[in-house]
Design a protein around this ligand. Sequence first.
Ligand code: NAP
Length: 271
Amino acid sequence: MTDTLAFVGGGNMAEALISGLLRQRRMVPEQISVSDIQPDRLAYLASGFGVHTSRDTADLVRRAATVVLAVKPQGIREVLDEIRPAMDRNPLIISIAAGVSLATLAAGLPSGSRIIRAMPNTPALVGRGVTVICRGDAVTEDDVAVAEAVLGAAGRVWRVDETAMDAVTAISGSGPAYVFYLMEAMLDAAERMGLSPETAREWVLDTVEGAAVLCRETGRHPETLRQQVTSKGGTTAAALDVMQEESVNDHLVTAILAAQQRARELAEQNA
Ligand SMILES: NC(=O)c1ccc[n+]([C@@H]2O[C@H](COP(=O)([O-])OP(=O)(O)OC[C@H]3O[C@@H](n4cnc5c(N)ncnc54)[C@H](OP(=O)(O)O)[C@@H]3O)[C@@H](O)[C@H]2O)c1
């Protein structure tokens, strides 16, 4: 797929991608290298996956065809400073740092650098992520295919224009937290009703997963499916009436728009 892939930052996201790439036999360990400032992380990744590890980021970047920047957004400037002098081979750069724009990345790298910005979400840790990517000017169609193959190891990959990235962050990036919030409420209610937490957890998990699969497989809008399970005067209607009275939907929409606004602010701070 690509001859050599280097990760700068060997944290949770890098591990999710490495594990998926090897499990799905998209790459072999000899093709993958990782640099991190935490010796423990490097030891863990080397012993767990057999990948090459080093604290010398510049050296890895010099030898890599593709480089994934997988450090926290606060650390991205330092990493750009480190890799800039090592970009002789002009490797494809894929940044997964949340809220760091293509312009910010390009400003820290030599002109003509091929840069893809990606926004994954946490289900990537179990191979069920949504990753949305946007491409810089110098990127080729082959580069996008490489990025899709690397990031696709942790779930599905979608292409968008960068202008959609703050909205993407609010929907799929932060989205798992909204679902967890609903699950927490269902578990709190289960406890109030005296159900065993362990059993309630299984029911909630199967219910959330089942509802998503039902929605996908029927191709129906969630509103249609909701109406189908809501008979007038019934139990579901009793719950939904309260949600309606409390304007839960409006509050959730307002909350998700706040996430988009925060993504904008963070992108400006990182510029
Ligand atoms: N986790 C998510 O759900 C998620 C979702 C979307 C996007 N992302 C993005 O993915 C990126 C990685 O997230 P993560 O959860 O994998 O982070 P993480 O677990 O903190 O991993 C980052 C690793 O990079 C190390 N590091 C810091 N500076 C470095 C440097 N200059 N050179 C080499 N390594 C360095 C960190 O060490 P220290 O701990 O010592 O700093 C840490 O071990 C972030 O930018 C995040 O915004 C994550």
